[in-house]
Write a protein that binds this ligand. Structure first.
Ligand code: XUL
Ligand code: CO
Length: 439
């Protein structure tokens, strides 16, 4: 029996539509800037939020009791959820999905039992993928939920926790390969510290690097050619996480010789928790050659935690799409909705409203960003701002023809710098608004 019997395939109806179960902007086959919207956006649904979240928060228990879960638990519930999830993805038109090992298959009493559960579910996932054409964007392992990981996994003070996590990631890589996954994500749920007095930071960072190298080596051994991603998050659950932001992650990857194997998976709400914007994080990663994938969501600036809301702010999606277009779009990766419906939105249809809203917000953002990009207006304004570097002393410095001594001589002769030009921030903002609101 269908899990969403009243919902049929979500269609594009255009901007005039007021049908809440239709797309107004996301038209998968429409070509924008030389590529279909589907290929630009590469949407993915997150298994954990969509099917496993029950709406509980630190102050209250779950509010969502979906009918398909009724009376089921353990592996039986995991089996049922596979069917529901693919019905959801197919009706929504989500080309990809992402999962953690423990979202899709209930954890057993032992590692062997958990692996057996996972194998049973992977068989079903594979069947459903083949039947529906929905593909795996990336897989990952949950190395934070079980109490054994209370001190972290790869960075735990308990060497056995490291070993258990290694065994878990080994299996997660095998199943990601089996399912044709295009990537594998490291998000260090508890890879950080709560108290600097009891933490050996250097040792923990060395261990994390060792762990990631083991994953890279094992991927080579089994022929997994997907892209590895590192997902920054500054805090939560721990006070300080080592994967703080793009800059910290990239420094870590380079320090430990992982830069050729791992790119970044940037999440909007994690960026804001780090005191950045998502466009900052993306621009930083992309400009350093680490653009990988995106966990699309948003936070609430009045709440200081990871609320994982669906992205509906078209300014924000425009900024994300501008960075993506500037750097040539996704090579791997996609827009994974690492987002959950609110605790108060407990009906199955809310899952559709949420994803439709996010997909439309990104489709609209893509259109605006493509128009800005195509006009070249902003790019030209930025280029003009740096015109002093195109000739004279600027060009000479860039070409490596100067030192402190020669520059001292230059300024002593010149006396004062050429007059500065206005930064024109307000004009830049107005130009963006002209494309955002053309009428
Ligand atoms: C947690 C988070 C994770 C990762 C995958 O904040 O974002 O769901 O995306 O482990
Ligand atoms: Co995430």
């Amino acid at each position: 029996m269908a899990a969403f019997p009243e919902i049929s395939k979500i269609k594009f109806e255009g901007v005039q539509s007021s049908n809440p179960l239709a797309f107004r902007f996301y038209n998968p086959d429409e070509v924008i800037a030389g590529k279909t919207m589907k290929d630009h956006l590469r949407f993915s649904a997150a298994y954990w939020h969509t099917l496993c979240g029950d709406g509980s928060d630190p102050f209250g228990s779950g509010t969502r009791f979906y009918p398909w879960d009724n009376g089921l638990s353990g592996l039986d519930r995991s089996i049922k959820r596979v069917e529901v999830f693919f019905e959801f993805c197919e009706k929504l038109g989500s080309p990809y999905y992402c999962f953690h090992d423990r979202d899709v298959a209930a954890e057993g009493k032992t590692l062997a039992e958990s692996n057996k559960n996972l194998d049973a579910i992977v068989k079903l996932l594979k069947e459903r993928q083949q039947k529906t054409g929905v593909k795996l964007l990336w897989g990952t392992a949950n190395l934070f939920g079980n109490p054994r990981y209370m001190h972290g996994a790869a960075t735990s003070s308990n060497a056995d926790a490291f070993a258990y996590a290694a065994a878990q990631v080994k299996k997660a890589l095998e199943v990601t390969l089996e399912l044709g996954g295009e990537g594998y994500t490291f998000w260090g749920g508890r890879e950080g510290y709560q108290c600097i007095w009891n933490a050996d930071l250097k040792r923990e960072a060395d261990h994390l690097a060792k762990f990631m190298h083991m994953a890279v080596d094992y991927a080579k051994e089994i022929g997994f050619q997907g892209q590895f991603y590192f997902e920054p998050k500054p805090k939560e659950p721990t006070k300080h996480q080592y994967d703080f932001d793009s800059a910290a992650c990239i420094n870590f990857l380079r320090t430990y010789g992982l830069q050729d194997y791992v790119k970044m998976n940037i999440e909007t709400n994690h960026a804001t928790l780090a005191g950045h914007t998502v466009e900052h994080e993306l621009e930083y990663a992309a400009s350093q050659g680490f653009l990988g994938s995106i966990d699309a969501n948003t936070g609430d600036l009045l709440l200081g935690w990871d609320t994982d809301q669906f992205p509906t702010n078209v300014y924000e999606t425009t900024k994300i799409m501008l960075v993506l277009l500037k750097y040539g779009g996704f090579k791997t990766g996609g827009l994974n909705f690492d987002a959950k419906v609110r605790r108060e939105s407990f009906e199955p249809v809310d899952l559709f409203y949420a994803h439709i809203g996010g997909m439309d917000a990104f489709a609209k953002g893509l259109k605006i960003a493509a128009a800005i990009q195509e006009s070249g207006e902003i790019a030209k304004m930025v280029k003009d701002r740096y015109s002093s570097w195109n000739s004279g002393v600027g060009a000479e410095i860039e070409a490596g023809k100067h030192s402190f001594k020669t520059l001292e001589k230059y300024i002593l002769e010149k006396g004062e710098v050429a007059p500065n030009k206005s930064g024109r921030q307000e004009l830049f903002e107005n130009v963006v608004n002209r494309y955002t609101f053309p009428q």
